[in-house]
Design a protein around this ligand. Structure first.
Ligand SMILES: Nc1ncnc2c1ncn2[C@@H]1O[C@H](COP(=O)(O)OP(=O)(O)OP(=O)(O)O)[C@@H](O)[C@H]1O
Length: 247
């Protein structure tokens, strides 16, 4: 589904590469977790894959398509849930979804029904006509998610979709993503929640300093490191306990 070859990114004026000569294949139907400490390059990688930023070198394909030649097709094929809310605060949840859905060519009864179904599934039907600026973090995260899947993408990229939300919202989001995956959506997500990733992901890659340190199923990784009881132990073994502050 996704084939990444020697992908690198060095931001303008930066001293180091944020992603360096990265090779990775992500199969159809996976829930793939990109894990790593602060500044590891997770957002940079997912932003390149969702064409929000341009690689410095290397290449990747999604379903055999490159961005250079298939921008329109890829826009329909993928969904992007960025870390920042991509919503209009003064519009209601319904108005936001209607506007963003129409950007993907959805209209009329079909769009209305899709919005209503999603609001219901993600527990927001009662708040459909309230302004998004009045919502809690968890509610905004759920609207952000809905906005990116109205066009039923085959691949969904999510950058920390459960950051800053309460346990209930997190649970609803993860259950919903699992449901989408069962219906055939490939999911690529970044997270700092290792417990969540361990049960949610079919495969993970631990990234540090722009390179993949290890990849595999969570079970394989925990089995491989003798003293590890869980994915967090594997993570700390590989990335160390030093703080990774960066500016
Ligand atoms: N726009 C930018 N310009 C310059 N450097 C950047 C830019 N964005 C990110 N970086 C640098 O690239 C490196 C990787 O950052 P990135 O945000 O991809 O990491 P991350 O793994 O997503 O971190 P976090 O977990 O903190 O979100 C960091 O050193 C960061 O400072």
């Amino acid at each position: 589904m996704i084939k990444i070859s020697q992908l690198s990114k060095k931001y303008k004026n930066a001293d180091n590469y944020s992603v360096y000569q990265l090779d990775l294949n992500i199969g159809d139907g996976e829930i793939f977790g990109l894990l790593g400490p602060n500044g590891a390059g997770k957002t940079t990688l997912i932003s390149m894959l969702s064409s929000l930023i341009k690689p410095s070198s290397g290449s990747f394909t999604i379903n055999g398509l490159t961005y250079q030649k298939n921008q329109k097709k890829l826009k329909q094929l993928i969904g992007i849930v960025p870390q920042e809310y991509a919503l209009y605060p003064t519009l209601t949840a319904y108005e936001n979804l209607h506007y963003l859905g129409s950007m993907y060519g959805l209209h009329g009864k079909i769009l209305k029904e899709k919005i209503e179904l999603q609001l219901q599934t993600l527990g927001l039907e009662k708040f459909a006509h309230k302004r998004v600026e009045t919502f809690s973090g968890g509610m905004k995260r759920r609207v952000n998610l809905m906005a990116s899947i109205l066009h039923e993408p085959k691949v969904l990229f999510l950058d920390e979709p459960t950051v800053g939300v309460d346990v209930q919202s997190k649970n609803v989001i993860i259950q919903y993503l699992k449901q989408l995956n069962e219906q055939g959506t490939t999911i690529v997500y970044t997270s700092h929640h290792l417990n969540e990733a361990e049960t949610f992901c079919t495969k993970v890659a631990i990234i540090d300093k722009g390179e993949i340190v290890v990849k595999g199923t969570p079970k394989e990784l925990v089995m491989h490191y003798r003293d590890a009881h869980n994915l967090e132990d594997v993570f700390l073994t590989l990335t160390g306990k030093k703080l990774r502050d960066h500016a």
